[in-house]
Structure formats: structure tokens, C-alpha cells
Design a protein around this ligand. Structure first.
Ligand SMILES: Cc1cc2nc3c(=O)[nH]c(=O)nc-3n(C[C@H](O)[C@H](O)[C@H](O)COP(=O)(O)OP(=O)(O)OC[C@H]3O[C@@H](n4cnc5c(N)ncnc54)[C@H](O)[C@@H]3O)c2cc1C
Length: 316
């Protein structure tokens, strides 16, 4: 992070321009904060062409929503969008240093992380190709699209009974494929109580079949499905939580308070990467990410205003 000329200084550096980062920038721009927003060209919902469960935009393209949001930002002259990856963040309130790939560092009074998560899928050949269409992870985003169909649940973990219960309201049949794993007795008992079709052998691969998919179980045995739910492992999409030593929860989310403040003064987080302590999991959706961006943006703005007010009051 060394450079010869003076780095450009901002009120807030927002890292990430998905719905969380763009909404945070909108909130801050409307308060005439000098904001820089960094983004790469990768978004968590890249595999999906449609975005469900967002009022007024149900079923629309997530890319188009981001485009419209960027257009909104053009009205606010203090917001700058930079299409470059951030590689490192360090520092303290009023003097954070943000190192940018291929461009000079910038400094900022506050940092707002909105870099999202990435999904690591179970190691089943063909799964990644179908993720975002007939393979999904969230019943609230994709369940309704698989209504009245035979839906598979991949895995044997403790999430299976609850997911089966949720999906049973929509699917014509729920089929559990444990992919070779042995379910715990409580999970097995629930599968039996719910009278779900159960396959315990390894899934050798999945492939598109008609408007659904086929799970290949070996010895010429295959299960035809309209869709499938999987439980990806979530990873932070960027290294900043680790670099800044932020407190994270069991599921890897950056722990935040209700206003989006992290464990480190001056650093806020919003969207999929953040996890509010009182919630059972990160509430990962486009709308909740945008809402968290608004709240964290406002919290940043108030934090700056309070610091400035304290300075003025002390001087008089
Ligand atoms: C397949 C799939 C389908 C989904 N469908 C739906 C749906 O139908 N409805 C719904 O509500 N939700 C859906 N979701 C969830 C939704 O995608 C997320 O909740 C939402 O995108 C979170 O927004 P975000 O702003 O937190 O992160 P993202 O949208 O992932 O944005 C992250 C931002 O951080 C940037 N970034 C990351 N690293 C760096 C770096 N080093 N430097 C600079 N920038 C960086 C990225 O470029 C990007 O701009 C789906 C998710 C998946 C995986």
C-alpha cells in the first residue's frame, strides 16, 4: 500500500455493488457523502436469470435491477463507481486505506463491506451446470418455480427434515438423495415420518432431462426429478473480514449489530456476507441485502455526523 501521490480520500468506501452495496451508496449519496463503490463483475446470483420474491420485481432479471440501481446513482454527483477489485483494507476510523488492483490506493473515513458470499456446491458432477435453474438452494427464491413437481433434496444433514417440510407444501413429491451419507437417527426418523422417498447411494452425477433433471445413482439406476435443492457451503467472497480481524459467526458470516456495525470501529457490513447475531442464519436475498445496505449506509452517515458534531462541540 505504498504510493507517491496523495491518495483520493472519501467519506465512505463501499466494497461491492450488488444490491447491498448499491443501496448503501444510494443512501449515502442522497446525504451528499463522498462515496466510492468498488465492484468486480461477479455476483452471487450470476447463475440465475430470474430473481424471485422481491416485491415489484418478482421474476425479473437481477442484472437489470443492478443496471437500474446504477442509473439511479448517476443522479448523485458524490458517488463514484469503480470497476476494480479491492485487494486489501487496513486502517482505522478516518484513515482506512483501500488497496485497489491496478489503480492507486484510496483512503476513507469509514468502510462498508458488501462483498457477498460464494457457494461451494457438493462435489457431484453436473451440479454446477444446473445450479440457478433446476438446482437451487433457497426455497423462498426457487421453491414456487418447482411447485407440483417431483423435487429432490440432496444431502443427509440436519437441514433435511425442515427443508422437506417446507418443500412438501409445494412439490408433488419430495425425494431425499443422501449421496452416500448416513442420516442421523433423528433425520432418518423424520424422513420416515414424512413418508419421503429415500435413496442412500452415492449420486454419480446429475444431468438435464426435459425441463427437469436426472440424478444418476449407478448400476443404470436414475431418478427423474423436476428440480433439486442442495445445501451449499458458504464462503466469504472476499478476504476483508479476515484481513480486518472481524468477528464472524459459526456459519462464516461477519457478525453485525442491528445497524450493520461490525466488531471493528468504522467498519460496516451489509448483505449476504453479514450475519446479525439474533438471526439463525444470514438472511440471504436481494431484498434483505438492499435493506441491510440502506441501514448500514444510514449508520455510516450518522457515525460520521456524530464524529463531526463531537469535534465542533469540543472546539467551541
Ligand atoms: C443461484 C442463486 C439464485 C438466487 N436467486 C435469488 C432470488 O431469486 N431472489 C433473491 O432474493 N435472492 C436470490 N439469491 C440470493 C441473492 O443472490 C443474494 O442474496 C444477493 O445477491 C446478495 O447481494 P449482495 O449485495 O450481498 O452480494 P452480491 O450480489 O453477491 O454482490 C457482491 C458484490 O461484491 C463485489 N466484490 C466481491 N469481492 C470484491 C472485491 N475483492 N473487490 C471489489 N468488489 C468485490 C462483487 O463484484 C459484487 O459487486 C440467489 C442466490 C443464488 C446463488
Amino acid at each position: 500500500m505504498t504510493q507517491t501521490s496523495q491518495p483520493r480520500h472519501y467519506d465512505v468506501a463501499v466494497i461491492g455493488a450488488g444490491s447491498a452495496g448499491l443501496q448503501a451508496a444510494l443512501t449515502l449519496g442522497r446525504m451528499r457523502r463522498d462515496v466510492v463503490v468498488f465492484s468486480t463483475d461477479r455476483f452471487r446470483n450470476d447463475p440465475a436469470e430470474h430473481m424471485q420474491n422481491f416485491l415489484g420485481h418478482d421474476g425479473e432479471s437481477p442484472a437489470e435491477l443492478r443496471l437500474a440501481a446504477r442509473k439511479d446513482l448517476e443522479r448523485y454527483g458524490t458517488v463514484e463507481l469503480v470497476e476494480r477489485a479491492v485487494v486489501a483494507v487496513e486502517g482505522a476510523p478516518d484513515a482506512f486505506v483501500v488497496a485497489v488492483d491496478g489503480s492507486p490506493d484510496v483512503t476513507a473515513r469509514r468502510v462498508l463491506l458488501a462483498t457477498g458470499l460464494s457457494d461451494e456446491l457438493p462435489d457431484v458432477p453436473g451440479l454446477a451446470d444446473l445450479f440457478g435453474t433446476v438446482v437451487a438452494h433457497c426455497p423462498y427464491c426457487h421453491g414456487h418455480e418447482l411447485a407440483d413437481r417431483r423435487v429432490g433434496l440432496l444431502g443427509a444433514g440436519p437441514h433435511v427434515p425442515m427443508l422437506a417440510q417446507l418443500i412438501s407444501r409445494l412439490a408433488s413429491e419430495v425425494v431425499v438423495l443422501t449421496n452416500g451419507a448416513e442420516p442421523e437417527p433423528a433425520v432418518l426418523a423424520a424422513i420416515k415420518a414424512l413418508r419421503l422417498e429415500l435413496h442412500t447411494g452415492p449420486v454419480l452425477g446429475v444431468e438435464a432431462a426435459g425441463d427437469g433433471l436426472r440424478a444418476l445413482l449407478g448400476q443404470d439406476h436414475a431418478v427423474e426429478l423436476g428440480g433439486m435443492f442442495v445445501a451449499p457451503t458458504w464462503r466469504q467472497a472476499a478476504p476483508f473480514a479476515e484481513q480486518l480481524g472481524l468477528e464472524t459467526g459459526e456459519l462464516g458470516g461477519v457478525l453485525v449489530d442491528i445497524m450493520g456495525a461490525t466488531s471493528r470501529p468504522g467498519v460496516y457490513a451489509a448483505g449476504d456476507l453479514a450475519h446479525h447475531r439474533d438471526l439463525p442464519m444470514p438472511m440471504a436475498s436481494v431484498l434483505t441485502a438492499a435493506a441491510a445496505g440502506l441501514v448500514a449506509g444510514a449508520a455510516c452517515d450518522r457515525d460520521l455526523a456524530m464524529a463531526d458534531l463531537a469535534r465542533v462541540v469540543t472546539m467551541t
